[in-house]
Ligand binder design. Structure first.
Ligand SMILES: C[S@@+](CC[C@H](N)C(=O)[O-])C[C@H]1O[C@@H](n2cnc3c(N)ncnc32)[C@H](O)[C@@H]1O
Length: 203
């Protein structure tokens, strides 16, 4: 029977690199979600794509445990969660070219100008993220925050290895089996606009 220890894994130590083959027992494609929150997106996408391995990174301990507990209750065997800082983990603890899709939905917008430096999506993070994507791999980003979206567009445009692809076509592999995230549901109910961007690493 699936337990919390199967799903909620300790983050890698200093100098350690995640071995996805050991994690899932085979060479399946790997998708990651950064800031997985309560795990609604991961739960549903992982159930729709049982042959893909999913790693969710979430900084908030309680929320991360909540998401892991959901996977256990639903018996979802192809998701692993780690409580870690995604910026650090992507830069230091992943092998090159291992991720097919990196999902980033509603990253914390840090709306005050003096806090903008805390935003996840900065040039250094995007460069590290592209390093871990397989050729042809994609990053899907969604936010309800117009100002942060503008910054995201600029950062992404400054990374020469990325080309923009439509967010919602099946060939982009982003919409297939896509389900809403918890924040997306909440914001759509409030009538907020949602901004989406998908980019592909040049094959
Ligand atoms: C606004 S919520 C969105 C949650 C989910 N993606 C959704 O759309 O429902 C942002 C989440 O990202 C997490 N987070 C923020 N910075 C992070 C970081 N550096 N590493 C991992 N998780 C982070 C927060 O704890 C929070 O749960």
């Amino acid at each position: 029977m699936l337990t919390m220890d199967d799903v909620l894994l300790p983050p890698p130590g200093i100098g350690e690199v995640i071995d996805f083959r050991a994690m899932f027992g085979d060479n399946r494609p790997i998708e990651m979600e950064i800031g997985a929150g309560k795990g609604g997106f991961l739960l549903n996408r992982a159930r729709a794509l049982p042959d893909t391995g999913f790693l969710g990174i979430e900084w908030a301990n309680k929320i991360c445990r909540y998401a892991a507990d959901r996977m256990v209750r639903w018996g979802v065997t192809n998701v692993r969660l780690m409580r870690a800082d995604a910026g650090h983990l992507v830069a230091h603890s992943l092998p090159a070219e291992c991720v097919t899709i990196l999902h980033i939905y509603h990253p914390d917008p840090w709306p005050k100008k003096r806090h903008h430096k805390r935003r996840l999506i900065q040039p250094g993070f995007i460069a590290a993220a592209v390093n871990v994507l397989v050729p042809g791999g994609r990053i899907a980003i969604q936010t309800d925050h117009a100002d942060y979206f503008e910054q995201i567009r600029q950062v992404v445009a400054g990374e020469p290895r990325l080309i923009e692809v439509p967010f919602d076509v099946p060939e982009a592999g982003v919409q297939e089996g896509r389900v809403s995230t918890n924040y997306e549901i909440k914001y759509l109910r409030e009538g907020r606009e949602i901004y989406q961007l998908a980019v592909m690493k040049q094959p």
